[in-house]
Design a protein around this ligand. Structure first.
Ligand code: 6R9
Length: 669
């Protein structure tokens, strides 16, 4: 039996046909990508259409050193193209018109299933681009999208890209407050949503949430003029139809049904030629100081990088069927459900449901049904499914699988081995892909035909990526060791700025270590040169792959009138990876009771979203603070796991408080 210490060589059958078929080949290309980035990426660019070709001397321009001037990152400046044209028209012209771009698999296995060819997708995108134009949307306008996993979602995104509008997708699990905050920040002109979505047994009424959010934005002083709504709940399946009894709230002259708008639209729309560095989309990610950051990606570099990482990391070949389970509302869905696969003319699956409905074998049954060859999911899902053992897996034929991906958080070796053995039958390569909303695509990852795998290690950098480990003083750690994971030069797909806030971009990512992009993650390099991501070094949490900051949760908790102060830390969780453990100091003369706990949980759920629900809320008559007033979170993390080894507490203003907090731990914790 293999153990977590073993090294797993790629299956020779995979290596034989892979784009990158040995570690030597990887090393050779990697070296080339760093020695001559312009030449390396201009070879990649050749497969795409450029309305204005790139000037080779302007292929990559950047400044990573804040002391030398503003941070700037530019790829192919002056070239022009349209990403939607490259994803759709180009593929149709190359003979892929009749190939399926997406299969849609609904929440319920009896839902009608749908397939969309590249030709049909292009037509639908053009029609919706014409809808947007008729509603006054122009190049550079921001369009917010709050949608379930339905085919209209990529259609809406690509229609924006076609006319040069900047999409800003908000994951449909976010609360109306979070949606309002994001629409306000980007001053969205239009919102695209659906009446609702199916989640297991029950419908979620998204339009009602949108209405609350639209009112809030109005109160904040900005008006989102239009809202386009897909009628989804009623169309899916007869067996669930009778559950849809709620009327969809409606405001005339602001709200429009998608199908009515599409009716008379032309299935053709001339693409807007965009400069390589024109914005493509923005996507909010949590910041360690509370307010979410609008990460901005641009056109040409993102296209090159999404396309290349998808092709090489999943070793996608014509005829393969690829499935990424991530919601399009996260970066993984942007790059690896939409842009990367379509740039390669791939066939993929969009799945609305959950891994547990109607049974715990749903993922395996979908893999079997479509004969999936590449499957990409998150460690939290793997851990949740492992609990049901092998029986649900054995009901299905998974032998078509070739590459298994993991993303979102470190994968523990136990989950890795289960994935490898029971899903991959020891025949598949596992790609543990480390990356971020900010990086646009995979930056540290094994390649399926080339990299000997170590369970739990994201292994080696992708082409063009130059990782460095730094100690606290900014000194490079060469060879074995652990430190801050930073990058010393740009790759095409990295973010360019934070929307409307370049200063925060420079502060957050480039000020700690001048000359480097700072990921905010720690990493260790072992004796063989493998990189192991050790997790966030800032006050961020990763709950089931959802990144959030302790500050944003604390700010919700302290809004409660009975709460004086709060501190949130992360605690390891067997399935979610991490969970929230909250310390609450009630106001003078207030008591801490079950009602307060229930109120606080409800607030977090409503304000941020269900995925941010705290697991534990503990009474804290005081918090462990240093004399300068900084909360010592490492002490709270120890209390959360009931580990008395708290280390040095001599700098605390009141050392007694630590003992008191241990005594106050709730029984269920
Ligand atoms: C793609 C995505 C980014 C943060 C990142 C890191 C964690 C993601 C990981 C991983 C270890 C992996 N992370 N993949 N940690 N191994 N393979 O998840 O983007 O939502 O922005 O989160 O997720 O901490 O900094 P995003």
């Amino acid at each position: 039996m293999p153990t977590e210490k073993s090294i797993f060589n790629p299956n020779p059958a995979i290596s034989r046909n892979a784009y990158i078929s040995s570690f030597e080949e990887y090393t050779k290309f990697y070296k080339e990508s760093l020695d001559n980035p312009a030449e390396f990426w201009s070879r990649v660019a050749k497969q795409f259409h450029w309305e204005t070709p790139a000037d080779p001397s302007k292929f990559m321009q950047y400044n990573f050193n804040i002391s030398k001037g503003p941070i700037s990152i530019k790829w192919m400046e002056g070239a022009s193209t349209n990403i939607c044209y490259n994803l759709l028209d180009r593929n149709v012209r190359n003979g892929l018109g009749d190939q399926i771009a997406y299969y849609w698999e609904g929440n319920h296995p009896d839902d009608y299933s749908r397939g969309l060819t590249y030709r049909k997708l292009l037509e639908e995108v053009c029609r919706f681009a014409n809808v947007l134009k008729d509603h006054g949307i122009q190049k550079g306008d921001r369009v917010s999208i709050y949608m379930p996993m339905i085919l209209e979602l990529p259609i809406a995104m690509l229609a924006c890209a076609r006319i040069g509008a900047v999409h800003s997708i908000v994951f449909a699990g976010f609360s109306s407050d979070s949606l309002a905050e994001r629409m306000f920040d980007c001053k969205a002109k239009l919102l695209i949503t659906a009446d609702g979505a199916w989640r297991g047994e029950k419908p979620l009424y998204l339009k009602a949430l949108c209405d609350t959010a639209l009112e809030k934005v109005e109160e904040m002083g900005h008006s989102v003029e239009k809202c386009i709504v897909v009628s989804h709940l009623k169309r899916v399946t007869p067996c669930q139809d009778n559950h849809v009894d709620q009327d969809i709230p409606w405001t005339d002259d602001r709200d429009y049904w998608w199908h009515e708008e599409m009716e008379d639209k032309e299935p053709a729309c001339y693409p807007e030629w965009m400069d390589a560095e024109d914005p493509l989309f923005m996507l909010y990610t949590s910041g360690s100081t509370g307010k979410p950051k609008g990460v901005l990606h641009t056109t040409a570099g993102y296209l090159l990088y999404a396309a290349t990482t998808f092709k090489i990391v999943f070793d996608y070949k014509p005829g393969d069927i690829y499935w990424c389970t991530a919601d399009v509302g996260w970066i993984t869905g942007h790059t690896y459900v939409v842009y990367g696969p379509l740039a390669n003319g791939a066939t993929s699956i969009i799945f609305e449901g959950t891994p547990f409905f109607p049974g715990n074998d749903r993922y395996w049954s979908v893999i079997d049904k479509y004969k999936v060859t590449q499957f990409y999911t998150a460690p939290t899902a793997i851990r949740a499914l492992m609990k049901f053992g092998e029986a649900p897996v054995l009901k299905h034929n998974l032998t078509g699988l070739k590459v298994l991906g993991s993303v979102g958080e470190p994968i523990n070796p136990e989950a890795w081995l289960w994935y490898y053995r029971y899903i991959g039958k020891e025949q598949c390569s596992i790609v543990d892909t480390f990356w971020q909303t900010e990086t646009g695509g995979h930056v540290i990852t094994p390649l399926p035909g080339a990299t000997p795998m170590k369970p739990g290690s994201a292994s080696f950098p992708f082409f063009g990526v130059k990782p460095t480990l730094l100690d606290e003083c900014g000194i490079e750690i060469k060879g074995e060791g652990e430190g801050y994971l930073v990058f010393s030069q740009p790759w095409p797909g990295m973010m360019r700025t934070l929307y409307n806030n370049h200063e925060r971009f420079e502060d957050t990512y480039f000020s700690k270590f001048p000359g480097y992009y700072c990921t905010g993650d720690g990493a260790r390099r072992d004796a063989d040169g493998y990189l192991w991501i050790t997790g966030r070094v800032d006050d961020m949490l990763n709950v089931s792959g959802h990144l959030m900051s302790t500050a944003e949760v604390e700010s919700v908790l302290t809004e409660h009138p009975r709460v004086a102060e709060s501190a949130v830390v992360s605690r390891p969780h067997p399935v979610k990876g991490e969970c929230l453990y909250c310390f609450i100091t009630p106001n003078e003369n207030e008591t801490f009771d079950q009602k307060l706990i229930a109120d606080l949980k409800k607030m977090v759920r409503e304000r941020i979203g269900p995925f941010a629900m705290p697991d534990v809320i503990q009474n804290a008559p005081g918090l462990p603070k240093t004399r300068s007033g900084k909360i010592m979170r490492r002490v709270l993390r120890k209390i959360a796991v009931n580990d008395r080894n708290v280390g040095d507490t001599s700098t605390l203003a009141d050392e007694q408080i630590v003992e008191q907090l241990f005594a106050n731990r709730p029984v269920e914790a």
